[in-house]
Design a binder for this molecule. Structure first.
Ligand SMILES: C[S@@+](CC[C@H](N)C(=O)[O-])C[C@H]1O[C@@H](n2cnc3c(N)ncnc32)[C@H](O)[C@@H]1O
Length: 177
């Protein structure tokens, strides 16, 4: 997949949620993980069976002001705010750092002010923070990954057409080189 991403949490209080999120991030190919004003321990989390900090760079920041990202990496807040862009209409930056808020509360105004984008999953109320992170990472995978088009229906002809388009992405219009 093109680009890279990192994912982190601000003021998360339940270690199990951070463990779930970081394990999922590891599985989805995250380049780094981070916490802001939150402690993370694989041992206390008990849910990060992949021990993501053994495989991924892991950064701890004391405050939103201290957060430092690689050059060109855009900070994307994930929060159920009225002003946030709905995930299905969002184009993920190739270089992105996603950040989620705490179980009780939401992303701090200081952090929201630093975000290049704030996105929301169109749900009627907040879902679990690790679930929200997983949905966003999956959305990134299916929109930036190279999976080809979905079939327009489940009928065999549409399935065969989609399979041939995936095998030959440019179709008959592709120029010979
Ligand atoms: C459980 S929610 C926080 C509680 C919530 N503010 C409330 O109403 O009680 C924890 C975090 O998950 C993320 N989150 C949960 N549902 C979301 C959604 N539908 N869209 C975007 N972010 C969501 C946000 O980062 C949020 O700060």
């Amino acid at each position: 997949m093109r680009g890279y991403f990192g994912i982190g949490v601000e003021r998360l209080s339940k270690p199990m949620n951070a463990g779930n999120l970081f394990r999922t991030a590891h599985a989805f190919g995250a380049g780094f993980v981070f916490t802001i004003d939150a402690e993370y321990s694989v041992k206390r989390a008990r849910s990060d069976t992949s021990k993501s900090p053994d495989s991924l760079p892991w950064y701890e920041y004391d405050s939103a002001a201290e957060l430092a990202l690689p050059q060109g990496c855009q900070l994307v807040g994930i929060e159920l705010l009225d002003s946030a862009v709905e995930l299905p209409r969002f184009r993920h930056p190739l270089r992105a750092a996603y950040v989620l808020g705490p179980e009780m509360g939401s992303l701090s105004p200081e952090l929201v002010a630093r975000c290049a984008h704030v996105i929301k999953i169109p749900t009627s109320f907040c879902v679990n923070v690790a679930v929200a992170g997983a949905i966003v990472m999956y959305d990134r995978l299916i929109t930036l990954g190279r999976f080809g088009e979905r079939p327009v229906s489940a009928l065999p002809a549409a399935l065969a057409h989609a399979a041939s388009a995936t095998d030959n992405p440019g179709g008959r219009h592709r120029k010979r080189r």
